[in-house]
Design a protein around this ligand. Structure first.
Ligand SMILES: *Cc1c(COP(=O)(O)O)cnc(C)c1O
Length: 388
């Protein structure tokens, strides 16, 4: 029974994206792991990704004994700058991960070209980029494959959840074999706890209460009492027990319900970006300089402030839903970065972004009023100096 609803979600998602294959997993990081395995990434291989990412993106690389190599970002889009990606290539490089940060599309012309010239595989991290387009084509349809996260904070949510997508029949065959051989079902207890959390989430998390809820959520997660996005065992570059798990029927049902609203979800986030562009430009921020042929759909609206610590400290008391992505090059701040081969100073543009950027909500519970209050709040903090 559960298999039927999961494959229904997979089909719906593949159809929306316009690709032949989609494979649902317990989390986005598990989808990434499945792709790395199916692509044959193994010990000694190098994988290039931006030095402005989530540790959960680096874990699957480390689990396989492969090495992450970090490319510094473009300060306008927060995406790995193609020239830095090219500079990070060594004879051991096998794979480039194009992470569409906040939903801003990577320069897919340049990255596709770099990958082709060096005979490397390119995949896309679409965890934050549902509906963004580059030259009118959806992010997730450029690389050999893509992966998606449906965690609480992501554009489409099933509580936790993830998907791997590809148009490549051979790669899809490898993923299918891997699932058959190694994937474990989600335990009944995990699925039940997650179902409760989905209900609490729907009822409780509104912009004014999110900061408190998030802190509570993180605390409970550390105590191992909820299915958070990350337990402490996931801050170690060693694969935790039972990591490679599929998606439960409850997650898939939530995903299918979200698929019915996907058009509205994307249109709303697109409109919210334009509203923030307008409000923040009026407050003195420079408009992000983007090429004409991109249409970003942002999961959160990033903005550089003069005093991030102060902004983060004051936001909850003012009822402002202020995000901290990314707190360090391998978000979150708890990440022991040396264990992930990141050394301070490796990606100075990203490190500066970590010190300056906070982000504002674009989700369905936030509208023009929230945008106005949020923009006024960051205007009160002031903008980061522009001396690049
Ligand atoms: C959320 C996220 C992930 C991991 O997704 P999970 O579903 O939490 O495993 C990976 N990469 C990026 C950029 C993300 O934002």
């Amino acid at each position: 029974m559960s298999d039927a609803v999961v494959s229904k979600f997979e089909h719906a998602f593949a159809e929306w994206l316009g690709v032949r294959h989609a494979f649902a997993f317990w989390k986005g990081r598990v989808a990434m792991y499945a792709l790395l395995r199916a692509l044959g990434i193994s010990a000694g291989d190098e994988v290039i990704l931006p030095g402005y990412t989530c540790v959960m993106d680096v874990n699957p690389i480390k689990y396989l004994g492969a090495r992450p190599a970090y490319a510094d970002i473009d300060p306008a889009t927060y995406n790995a700058a193609p020239e830095n990606v090219e500079r990070a290539i060594t004879p051991a490089t096998k794979l480039i991960v194009a992470q569409h940060t906040y939903g801003y599309p990577c320069d897919m012309d340049a990255l596709t070209d770099v990958a082709r010239r060096h005979n490397l595989v390119l995949i896309e991290d679409c965890c934050l980029a549902l509906g963004s387009t580059w030259r009118g084509k959806l992010c997730g349809t450029f690389g050999k494959a893509a992966y998606w996260s449906f965690q609480w904070n992501k554009p489409l949510t099933t509580g936790v959840g993830g998907m791997a997508t590809t148009d490549d029949d051979a790669l899809a065959g490898e993923i299918r074999k891997l699932r058959q051989a190694e994937m474990r079902p989600v335990g009944g207890k995990s699925a039940a706890v997650l179902a409760c959390q989905r209900a609490v989430y729907r009822a409780a998390i509104w912009p004014r209460t999110t900061a408190v809820a998030t802190r509570m959520f993180r605390w409970l997660t550390r105590k191992g009492l909820v299915i958070g996005s990350s337990s402490t065992s996931e801050f170690e570059p060693r694969m935790p027990e039972g990591f490679f798990r599929g998606m439960s029927a409850g997650q898939a049902r939530a995903g299918l319900a979200q698929m019915r609203k996907i058009g509205r979800n994307i249109a709303h986030r697109r409109e919210m970006r334009l509203i923030y562009d307008e409000l923040l430009t009026a407050a003195g921020w420079p408009l992000p300089s983007l090429p004409d042929h991109v249409d970003p759909v942002l999961v959160r609206y990033p903005v550089r402030v003069a005093d991030k610590q102060r902004a983060v400290a004051e936001a909850p008391g003012r009822g402002i839903e202020l995000g901290t992505w990314f707190e360090c090059p391998l978000h979150p701040i708890e990440t022991p970065m040396e264990l992930y081969d990141y050394h301070a100073g490796m990606c100075p543009v990203a490190e500066r972004a970590c010190r300056e950027v906070v982000n504002l909500p674009t989700h369905g519970r936030a509208g023009r009023r929230t945008a106005g209050r949020s923009a006024a709040f960051v205007a009160g903090i002031g903008r980061a100096p522009e001396d690049r």
